[in-house]
Design a protein around this ligand. Structure first.
Ligand SMILES: [Zn+2]
Length: 483
């Protein structure tokens, strides 16, 4: 699968005796520390109490030095610019992520399940954006999936060319492209987008293969579910030290989840772990078919009557049918979420319909979160919410959303909800594209780390000296131009 990662590891093995796992651990520790610089001593000591076993264990100093040298030879690490002092106050050489290597990330924005736009970003190895663009997809909805790979390829090449021209003017070498990451709010399984095309019928869009071909097989391509990418972003940002972390995002048309366990993203059997939006709420088990009038049969919680219970997946009573901005607007009959969010909670002591909608939607989300807490017992639950739903002014209807979600989540078993530290994070519409593109880019280096650790399902190769010489060629063969 990841032939390009394999070639890189083979090349490193030619000049170094350090094992793949140590390379991965050292690189991961520099990433978590970025944008701050770190040192060999810090890397060797590990990060006590943070990020899972791979970050916590001590690595022998000599091994760190070998791994750092190998990663420097490949441009993945550079000498730092600021001086660091050790515990005795003596200066030590600092390290940073390589600045001559870049990654590309693209977020495919869907509208009713069809690609509408692509945000592409060129980033540093820690995900810091160098430049970005947003392009709408032309053509009829039926054709748009076929256009996605071409657009991403064109934009990556264009952004990189522009960046390289600027570098050249300053006497710097062109950037080396480490890989291309793409994130999509869909079911993603090993580089393919799985789409529902009818009752029990699914088709595949081979986005990963298509992009790999367009980059002539020379650049690793990683395709990831959108919230999985946000979870990887959370993991690599160093902001959350927990090794067991859940990320849930409420987007306009759906609620998604990403699961980090023991410091690693878990995708499940075919990429569908944490489909929080399709948990059933408010319906008694048994028959839940829709009847002609759009009402569901089966025993239904009457408090949900304000909402259409049919999920976009064809199911009935799923979280996505109640907890999203699109369903809130529909149930309140308004054009913008702000109209419901800023409505008063009550008038003359009577709760407003907007407040009731918000409360129902938030409770449904909270029920879903309680299920998640019961199943995976996260040490933190990061909840991305649209800005309107983060409104905490007690007089505004929006206040009821998060309050209801918290209160419903408290019903999880034992101390699960307390341990889960619900952490709301505001999603600004204008930042959505770039955040996604950045997260997609970070998935590339995270995939390399998982590959080196032998955790990504690729065949694990025993690297021996005899095998090294038949490896995929010297460094000069590497792609220095995306075209
Ligand atoms: Zn559903």
């Amino acid at each position: 699968m990841h032939e390009q990662f394999e070639a890189l590891l083979n090349r490193i093995a030619e000049g170094s005796s350090v094992g793949d796992e140590f390379l991965a651990d050292v690189l991961a520790r520099v990433i978590v520390k970025a944008p701050l610089e770190t040192s060999r001593v810090e890397i060797a000591a590990g990060i006590p109490g943070g990020g899972g076993p791979a970050h916590e264990r001590k690595i022998p100093q000599g091994t760190v030095s070998k791994a750092v040298k190998a990663l420097m030879d490949e441009g993945l690490l550079d000498r730092g610019k600021t001086g660091l002092l050790n515990e005795d106050g003596r200066p030590v050489a600092s390290l940073q992520l390589g600045t001559g290597v870049c990654m590309a990330g693209a977020k495919v924005t869907l509208l009713r399940g069809v690609p509408a736009a692509v945000t592409t970003a060129l980033t540093r190895l820690d995900g810091k954006v160098l430049s970005s663009s947003m392009k709408s997809l032309p053509g009829s909805p039926a054709d748009r999936w076929q256009l996605v790979a071409g657009l991403i390829h064109r934009e990556v090449v264009r952004l990189k060319k522009r960046q390289d021209e600027q570098r050249s003017a300053q006497g710097e070498e062109p950037l080396e492209l480490f890989g291309v990451g793409v994130e999509v709010g869909a079911h993603v399984d090993r580089g393919k987008i799985i789409r529902r095309v009818g009752e029990g019928e699914y088709s595949e869009v081979p986005l990963g293969d298509d992009l790999t071909r367009r980059f002539a097989g020379k650049v690793p391509v990683v395709v990831e579910n959108d919230v999985n990418a946000l979870a990887v972003w959370a993991l690599n940002s160093g902001r959350y030290p927990e090794a067991d972390l859940v990320v849930v995002a409420v987007f306009d048309e759906g609620v998604g989840g990403g699961l980090i366990m023991d410091g690693r993203l878990r995708r499940g059997g075919n990429g569908m772990a944490m489909e929080v939006g399709h948990l059933t709420v408010g319906h008694a088990p048994g028959s839940r078919k829709l009847t002609g009038a759009g009402t569901a049969t089966g025993r239904r919680d009457p408090s949900l009557d304000l909402f259409d219970p049919e999920c976009h997946c064809g199911g009935v009573g799923h979280v996505d049918a109640f907890a999203t901005p699109a369903r809130l607007r529909k149930s309140a009959g308004v054009a913008t979420l702000g109209e419901i969010a800023r409505a008063p909670v009550s008038v003359d002591g009577v709760r407003t319909p907007q407040a009731l909608c918000m409360e129902t939607a938030g409770s449904v989300l909270g029920r879903g979160l309680a299920h998640v807490v019961n199943i995976v017992n996260p040490s933190r639950l990061v909840l991305y919410l649209p800005a309107e739903l983060c409104d905490i002014a007690p007089a505004h209807a929006a206040h009821c959303y998060l309050a209801a979600a918290r209160s419903e989540m408290e019903h999880a078993f034992s101390t699960g909800a307390t341990v889960a530290h619900l952490t709301p994070v505001q999603l600004e519409d204008k930042d959505l594209g770039e955040l996604g593109a950045r997260a997609a880019a970070v998935c590339v280096i995270n995939s390399f780390i998982d590959h080196a650790r032998g955790l990504d399902g690729c065949p694990v190769v025993q690297r021996r000296p005899s095998a090294r010489r038949t490896a995929d060629g010297p460094r000069a063969d590497r792609v220095s131009d995306a075209s």
